[in-house]
Design a protein around this ligand. Structure first.
Ligand SMILES: *Cc1c(COP(=O)(O)O)cnc(C)c1O
Ligand SMILES: [Zn+2]
Length: 404
């Protein structure tokens, strides 16, 4: 049986199709391309029971991934992160069925490793030697480390004030690191030049079609881990929105396979920061696309994306599932980060914390109801952002004693 049952690439805007065995970037019309599979064949040959017996990584869904030859797989066994119940926090915010899917446990400390695993593997399969990408930190870190493992050269452009640890991850991998005094959008322009001038593979968000395929496995896992019964609401910290588009794509594929019964999919929530909320603005105005967000700023660095190339796909996923988009303040993000750690012992990243702040607000507005099952995506480790919060402690001399 074939390892991958991938079929071809399709443009979600103009329906043009493309060959998966050649390097493809955007559609001629400028839209990102999405991967299609021979779902009838998957349905015939693969069962949920077969998958249940496989390795605990995202590669357990290999028929539904684009890598054709298993020898091209570049993996640190990423995926199958736990979905954990948060009873104490759930009680506090009046959502008893509150869960976290903890992507902090993925290699490189962020869920970007999912996209990198599949994206770098497919790049290797396509014969790519050099890849280039702009990043807010975590993607660059993941892609350079996976590229090192694959023996590819990575050229990474990141804003100077991206989390320092991600800069070090890129640097130690031996990738070419360039720091730009600006935003990810500025880094994107520099990468654009590099791609044009040197012919490098453009691994920018959604400019290659395979990163999303790695990220969509979060959707498969949510379904499988909950016994193929989907939750009511999923909150996702949205920058480029690839994870959200991917989760939605995964659910549509599972529906076509008949592996999930629900006609009604979970309501997908795009969570942003007040300092960078282009998707929220577009949603509030009922639009199908977002506008560039001027002077964007947030300490939740992974969601500082002023204009996402796949914005129309994010908004479509939200509208189709009766979801919503909501932004939270920097203070709410910090407060949530402390609340999750102090009540549940989990040090989530600021982006992940934003989803908890949003869940709390949506419950207060009764958009989330008390009996609903709610999953917050924690997209990375809090320890990757050592400067995101202030330590509450008093320095002592060695001879002093503690007196409460
Ligand atoms: C990149 C990133 C996000 C946003 O992911 P998208 O799928 O591009 O919206 C959220 N959280 C963290 C920690 C990230 O690194
Ligand atoms: Zn097109």
């Amino acid at each position: 049986m074939t390892y991958s049952m991938v079929s071809h690439l399709t443009c979600p805007k103009c329906s043009e199709t493309y060959d998966v065995d050649k390097i493809q970037q955007l559609c001629v019309c400028g839209s990102p391309l999405l991967v299609d599979y021979k779902l009838d064949e998957v349905k015939k040959h693969v069962t949920k029971e077969m998958i249940a017996g496989r390795e605990p990584s995202l590669w357990r869904y290999h028929e539904l991934l684009p890598v054709k030859n298993v020898e091209n797989k570049v993996s640190f066994e990423e995926g199958m992160t736990p979905i954990l119940s948060l009873p104490t926090l759930g009680k506090e915010v009046a959502i008893p069925n509150l869960y976290i899917k903890d992507e902090g446990q993925v290699p490189t400390g962020s869920f970007k490793a999912r996209g990198a695993a599949v994206g770098v593997s497919k790049a290797k399969e396509l014969g790519v030697r050099n890849l280039a990408m702009p990043t807010n930190g975590n993607a660059g870190a993941a892609w350079s480390l996976y590229a090192a493992k694959a023996g590819l050269e990575a050229h990474i452009v990141m804003p100077v004030d991206a989390p320092e640890i991600t800069r070090k991850e890129v640097s130690i991998s031996g990738a070419h690191l360039h720091l730009v005094n600006g935003l990810i959008s500025d880094a994107g322009k520099i990468v654009g030049d590099l791609v044009k001038e040197r012919g490098y593979y453009d691994a920018s968000t959604l400019k290659e079609p395979y990163r999303i395929e790695g990220k969509k496995t979060m959707g498969y896992e949510i379904a499988e881990q909950l016994n193929w019964e989907l939750p009511d609401v999923i909150l996702y910290p949205t920058g480029g929105g690839v994870g959200l588009i991917g989760i939605y794509k995964a659910f549509l594929e599972l529906q076509k396979l008949g592996w999930i019964k629900e006609e009604k999919l979970p309501r997908l929530v795009a969570v942003q920061s007040d300092g960078c909320a282009p998707i929220v603005k577009a949603f509030d105005e009922g639009k199908m696309e977002s506008e560039f967000w001027e002077n964007s700023t947030t300490h939740a660095f992974g969601i500082n994306v002023p204009k996402a190339i796949g914005d129309f796909l994010v908004l479509d996923a939200i509208y189709q599932t009766n979801g919503c988009a909501i932004s939270v303040s920097e203070e709410e993000i910090r407060a949530s980060q402390m609340e999750v750690a102090s009540l549940e012992g989990q040090f989530v990243c600021p982006e992940g914390a934003a989803t908890f702040a949003a869940a709390k607000r949506l419950k207060e507005h009764n958009w989330i109801r008390e009996d609903e099952k709610v999953i917050c995506l924690n997209t990375g480790l809090g320890i990757k952002y050592p400067d995101a919060f202030d330590v509450n402690a008093r320095t002592m001399e060695p001879h002093e004693r503690i007196g409460y």
